[in-house]
Design a binder for this molecule. Sequence first.
Ligand code: ADP
Ligand code: G3P
Length: 510
Amino acid sequence: MSIAPNSILALDQGTSSSRAIVFGTSGRIEALAQRELPQSYPRPGWVEHDPRRIWADQIATARAALAKASAGGDGVGAVGIANQRETTVLWDRATGEPLHPAIVWQDRRTADICAALRAQGLEAEVRARTGLLLDPYFSGTKLKWLLDQLPGSRQRAARGELAFGTVDSWLLWMLSGGADASTRAQAVHATDVGNASRTLLWNIHSQAWDETLLRALDIPPALLPRVHASSHVYAHTAPGLLPRILPIGALAGDQQAAMFGQACFRPGLAKNTYGTGCFLLLHTGGAAQASHSGLLTTAAARLDGQAPQYALEGSVFVGGAVVQWLRDGLHAIAASGEVEGLAQSVPDAGGVVFVPAFTGLGAPYWRADATGTITGLTRGSTMAHVARAALESIAFQSAALLQAMNRDVQAAGGQPVAELRVDGGASANDLLMQFQADLLGIPVVRPQVLETTALGAAYLAGLSCGMYAGLDAVESLWAAQRRFEPALAPAQAQARMQEWEHAVRKALAA
Ligand SMILES: Nc1ncnc2c1ncn2[C@@H]1O[C@H](COP(=O)(O)OP(=O)(O)O)[C@@H](O)[C@H]1O
Ligand SMILES: O=P(O)(O)OC[C@H](O)CO
């Protein structure tokens, strides 16, 4: 006998791991399973994932989380998927086989394609239509590269034999039948507005694939997924994959999902996620606000039937990853959590400033050529100073984003951001959060549930499957765990930002 639905399964397929979490409808975590995802760096600047491994890990963690949940997951009424965005998968609809490893969002191999498109004068067009800019970060040039490199693939794509998708589409297709030959014909090929808005191919104003950009990149439309609201019943899981057939009630890019999980779905609310990178998003309601400060305009998650929702976004490529480098590159610490103690063993960074431009600099600088730089070293500098400067670099980069955001918002007659909600692995670090509040001069607020990405996917799925009355019901579940109030005089904060900008100029000149 099955019980009334009281929980939701969220799949959070991130850059460094695949997680499955069962949430009670109150937002409480009931069960969690996780697997690390191997990274492949076949050439300098290239980053790849194995799509089959992503699928195998995600279905294994889903089964493990359901098995750990109360009553073996019998109360689960919906599945929601959140995913690393932009990462590009191309597969054969008949066999379910990927044609190539997934090209990860961090991959820079299409820098030349971007430069060529820029030389054709396409940058302004891209900005106006997609809210993005010409950078290898986004899926469009990755897909073009695959079609250029894999013999016969463009013709096969035009005949409808191939499918393109970001990781959400790949997982949905596999879950809804693609994983097995006997159910493949019923597999659903779709994505949500938020993921579509990161492809460089989606027109955020007309809410349709953009024919001009498809032509410019020579991409056959037959490859593309159908696009729906983020909170929408896309399909049901194929029989036999999970203990019960479940509705797949949401797809959302992980940053859009985190924003939803933070209940930032009204204009003026902002969140920053401190994971491998940092992603700061400000909800701008129904207005697709253009940035004049190097930020992106992007689709926020939305419900079926709801008008399009937008956000301004700033993306930092190396956030928590700088701590991984201290651990794996310098062997300065054995585990990421040790960085706080090491950094706190000195009163300040002793003049050391660290610009972790390992994969160039993202927003608001957008300099693919920048390299990592440490300035201000003296004979007295120690690993503790470098660790403290590494942590500070995460906050400096995020502060540069917030400054850019405030400039854009104020230019449009709006109010500066009043407080910042934070989440992600590195937001557990109190020293970092306090320094962030000090630099920004506004409160930094950490919620009780730090797994906000998965939580957002769960809420979105619960909404489409009738498990919540509406947005207000979800909003009332958000609760702060700790509030960090700024404790630094504004002039001092400004002086610290100037030190940072000085070091950035050096990184750009190197
Ligand atoms: N206490 C900590 N202080 C600073 N960074 C941390 C801490 N704990 C984890 N991290 C960093 O957070 C990142 C992991 O966060 P997570 O949200 O799981 O990332 P992702 O979703 O990108 O895989 C890693 O880069 C790790 O180095
Ligand atoms: O996998 P994460 O959490 O680092 O997020 C990756 C972003 O979606 C890339 O745009």
